[in-house]
Design a protein around this ligand. Structure first.
Ligand code: NDP
Ligand code: 8X3
Length: 251
């Protein structure tokens, strides 16, 4: 029975990954900041499966909060077999000469530093056991840069570099590291990016079929179903209508 920890499990990809992986009736550690949303996911999984679920409410940007939360994990959940570093966000679509420093800091602190803080706390026991799997949520933005997206894309380029760095550092310990790089997926992502402006967010997904959270959860399930000698290093997945930063809205 394995233990899977998923950051950012209150909505979107994290929620879908949690629901999908709960089918194996193991143990889940689910984290986010919004306790009400997270508890809805936790309660439903607990009600409908035999999975054991530990919710942890903390902000990945706060290293002390990360430490307190992860150090509070009871022994039953302490052997984390899989860490899914999913918590992340984009804020606005401003060019560099107009963007706000606060927006940049939110993206850098969450997508890069938050991912590092959590990994720094979880990885030592994987190293000790010479076993584990870390899945990082990158993006097509790990490979491309689009107008107004330079800092978000820079954070996702960093996730790619960190994934390769982890793969290298953990090679002696047999720990798998995988990056999943999705293109446009309809979650709360654009609502967060545009500060709750649903109309603006909806426009991002008009005229084509975007990915949905379940598409990413299916990929995580596949990645985690490979035998011990197989490590998927990176999976890039886009809507059929998207390639190289171009979305075809006339299909
Ligand atoms: P959502 O906005 O739906 O989900 C983001 C999750 O991250 C939420 O559960 C949120 O929970 C959590 N989160 C955000 N900031 C923090 C924080 N500071 N501390 C703890 N948790 C946090 O977006 P997605 O599901 O789409 O995004 C998930 C990941 O996938 C992100 O890393 C994103 O960059 C990446 N991605 C998304 C794509 C898309 O098009 N949707 C495409 C490619 C990659 P809460 O607010 O409760 O803390
Ligand atoms: C999220 C998708 O289009 O903003 O990573 O790069 S996009």
């Amino acid at each position: 029975m394995r233990t899977i920890m998923i950051t950012g499990a209150s909505t979107g990809f994290g929620e879908a990954i949690a629901r999908t992986m709960s089918r194996e009736n193991g143990r889940l550690i689910l984290t986010a900041r919004r306790e009400d949303k997270l508890m809805k996911v936790v309660d439903e999984i607990t009600r409908t499966t035999s999975c054991k679920v530990l919710p942890l409410v903390f902000d990945v940007r706060d290293p002390q909060a990360c430490e307190r939360a992860i150090n509070s994990i009871p022994e039953e959940f302490a052997t984390i077999d899989v860490l899914v570093n999913n918590a992340g966000l984009a804020v606005e679509l401003d060019p560099i000469h107009k963007a706000s420093l606060e927006d940049w800091n939110r993206m850098i602190d969450t997508n890069i530093k938050g991912l590092l803080y959590v990994t720094r706390l979880v990885a030592p026991r994987m190293v000790e056991r010479k076993s584990g799997h870390i899945i990082n949520l990158g993006s097509t933005a790990s490979h491309e840069v689009y107008m107004g997206g330079s800092v978000y894309c820079a954070t996702k380029h960093a996730v790619l570099a960190l994934t390769k760095g982890m793969r290298t550092d953990f090679l002696p310990y047999g720990i798998k590291v995988t990056m999943i790089a999705p293109g446009a997926a309809e979650t709360e992502f654009s609502i967060v990016r545009f500060h709750g402006d649903k109309e603006k967010a909806d426009k991002v997904y008009q005229g084509y079929d975007p990915l949905v959270a379940q598409d990413i959860a299916d990929i995580v399930e596949f990645v985690l179903s490979r035998p011990p000698h197989v490590c998927l290093n990176e999976i890039i997945v886009t809507p059929t209508a998207q390639f190289n930063g171009v979305i075809n809205r006339s299909l």
